[in-house]
Design a protein around this ligand. Structure first.
Ligand code: GDP
Ligand code: MG
Length: 212
């Protein structure tokens, strides 16, 4: 399991404690300054260090470092329960789909700011027009490792999840979306993306670069 991480020391213990049986957590750190790497290590994760900044750079480094046949991705801010991952992996393992993704269902208004939700809904709508049955550009997904490497995703920032979905559509992958609970990130931690309008604008800019 690949966990992109930037300054999530307060959330990591809870996320790693909820790791389902048989999953090996790889925390990819991008130079956190809050001791995230040490916390991850002391809670049983393998730490991969990626000097290049960016969500996509972290996810790609984790995918490269992973050795399992099936890989999955999850934020390590405590907003999503790792317990949902076995269901996603099972869909891929059973050969029913090539990519299983989570559709975030917020448990409260605070879990998902309006601007992030609006930007996400807009882009998911464009993806459905390309034939993908998705309602979210979710940061939670499972697939075969070799399949993902073959997609050759180039974005190293917040455009990564969208580029992944676009390339999966081009390659005619079977994609399935499951509802998952989306909680507010763990207290004591700070959002890097959708916590501010500025962050959302940055994410939409990265994503627009992928779509056009
Ligand atoms: N390695 C790495 N992880 C990042 C970076 N930016 C965000 N993340 C991680 O990616 C996940 C999503 O970021 P987050 O701040 O939760 O975005 P939000 O959910 O939109 O508020 C979290 O696990 C972050 O720690 C980055 O530049 N590098
Ligand atoms: Mg988050």
């Amino acid at each position: 399991m690949v966990l992109p991480c930037l300054d999530e020391a307060a959330a990591l213990p809870g996320v790693l404690a909820a790791m389902p049986l048989g999953f090996r957590p790889l925390v990819v750190d991008n130079g956190s300054e809050d001791g995230s790497a040490d916390v991850a290590q002391s809670h049983g994760a393998v730490v991969v260090r990626e000097p290049r900044r960016g969500y996509g750079a972290a996810v790609h480094a984790g995918l490269t470092a992973a050795t399992a046949e099936f890989v999955c991705f999850l934020d390590c801010d405590g907003s999503m329960d790792p317990g949902v991952l076995p269901a996603l992996v099972a869909l891929v393992r059973q050969g029913k789909v090539d990519l299983a993704v989570g559709r975030r269902v917020p448990v409260s208004a605070a879990a998902w700011p309006w601007h992030a939700r609006a930007g996400n809904a807009l882009i998911a709508g464009l993806l459905r027009r390309r034939g993908l049955p998705v309602h979210d550009i979710a940061p939670i997904r499972a697939a075969r490792r070799v399949d993902l490497l073959r997609l050759e995703i180039a974005d190293r920032a917040f455009g990564y999840p969208l580029e992944l979905l676009c390339k999966a559509a081009e390659a005619n992958w079977r994609v399935h979306e499951l509802d998952i609970a989306y909680r507010p990130r763990a207290s004591g931690t700070r959002s890097k993306v959708s916590g501010s309008v500025r962050g959302t604008v940055r994410a939409v800019r990265d994503m627009a670069g992928v779509l056009w």
